[in-house]
Design a protein around this ligand. Structure first.
Ligand code: ZN
Ligand code: ZN
Ligand code: ZN
Length: 369
């Protein structure tokens, strides 16, 4: 087994050690933490730690030159008593250590392998604490992919399902992560106006069955904004956000009395579910808009012409990472669907420009080699 040696040293050198770990465990994956404690204790807008090898394989870190500080009741932090460098976290629950990632720069280079980063940041966590997004808005992409954004701890409450619930709770369902069946095409899924504008004179037909509803290597559902007359009137508001989700990835509770426990099954267009509050209105031929009869929330746009893909109203999603549900959805930023119909052209124009700028900032970051 090939191993890599990591040199861990503070600024003044009072604390210095070398640990070895399996090269296969590199890069060490972690998140940039923006929480209040991290910022106030480091003086940095975000900071990160990587997992120290199991103590069964590696000697415990030498803490003799370090000051211990209990910043919360779950862990102890260690910084150099002489120079102040933050070095380790020690967790109470299972006793594992983590290393401040800024110290992990001393990888012994293996001449037979391309140089490799020791640490791989995949996202942000505890953005909620910053109020304004903090440094997370400066690092929107990581390693060429949209950074995961968690309002609280990374993967907090990640049950593998994304729950959706209207305000009154009358309509509830859950969305599963894209799987091998999510890209199966039944021949009906033409490109939506979001991707091929109605007025562009390009064909929106999709005979090859391109799974446009999946993005980010099939890991997320495509989502976008719509300013069409029909959406506007259905919602009562100028801009409506939709996520495109295969019916087979939507789990709904079978129709039941409110007192009975739910039995979950895959959704199919037109099926009733829940406790009877879900309402339908046909806004055009074979097209149905479904909404909650209790509180009025938009739920689905669906069509028998395209039964495989359901438009899900984004405002009712309850993603722990935030309203844009960015570990689930990839937002289309170069067009507002049916922007030509916008009833409030000023607002739609500002949204179009704002989305473009937001999208450009994302892609600029991903172009940096
Ligand atoms: Zn020191
Ligand atoms: Zn629309
Ligand atoms: Zn409701």
């Amino acid at each position: 087994m090939s191993t890599s040696l990591l040199r861990i040293q503070c600024l003044c050198g009072s604390s210095a050690s070398t640990i070895s770990l399996p090269s296969s465990s590199l890069p060490l994956q972690t998140y940039l933490c923006h929480c209040n404690i991290s910022r106030h204790i480091s003086g940095c807008l975000c900071s990160s730690y990587a997992r120290y090898p199991p103590l069964s394989q590696t000697p415990r870190p030498d803490l003799s030159a370090l000051t211990a500080y209990r910043s919360s009741d779950i862990l102890t932090r260690y910084f150099c008593t002489t120079c102040g460098t933050h070095m380790y976290l020690e967790y109470d629950d299972d006793g594992h250590f983590e290393i401040a990632t800024g110290l992990l720069a001393g990888l012994a280079v293996d001449p037979d392998r391309p140089p490799m980063s020791i640490v791989k940041h995949v996202g942000h966590m505890w953005i909620e604490d910053t109020e304004d997004g903090g440094a997370s808005d400066w690092i929107s992409d990581l390693n060429g992919k949209s950074a995961e954004r968690w309002m609280r701890g990374a993967n907090s409450n990640d049950t593998g399902m994304l729950f959706a619930r209207c305000y009154c709770g009358g309509v509830e369902f859950a969305i599963s992560r894209p799987d091998s069946e999510s890209c199966v095409h039944d021949g009906t899924a033409d490109f939506p106006d979001l991707l091929v504008p109605y007025n562009s004179e390009k064909s929106a037909k999709n005979p090859d069955g391109k799974p446009w509803w999946l993005s980010n290597d099939g890991r997320r559902y495509t989502a976008g904004t719509c300013a069409c007359d029909s959406c506007r009137r259905a919602a009562g508001f100028e801009i409506v956000e939709w996520a495109f989700v295969p019916a087979g990835n939507i789990m709904v509770p079978e129709l039941r009395d409110a007192s009975e426990p739910p039995i979950w099954r895959k959704y199919e267009v037109g099926r009733e579910f829940g406790t009877g509050l879900l309402q339908s209105f046909s806004s055009s031929d074979r097209v149905f808009r479904r909404f909650c009869g209790g509180c009025g929330a938009n739920i689905f746009w669906e069509s028998y012409n395209r039964p495989y893909i359901i438009d899900v109203a984004v405002g009712i999603l309850r993603a722990p990472e935030g309203a844009r549900a960015e570990t689930w959805l990839e937002w289309v930023t170069d067009r507002v669907s049916f922007c030509e119909e916008g009833a409030n052209p000023g607002l739609v124009y500002d949204l179009t420009r704002g989305l473009e700028g937001w999208g450009k900032r994302l892609s600029l970051v991903s172009m940096i080699p």
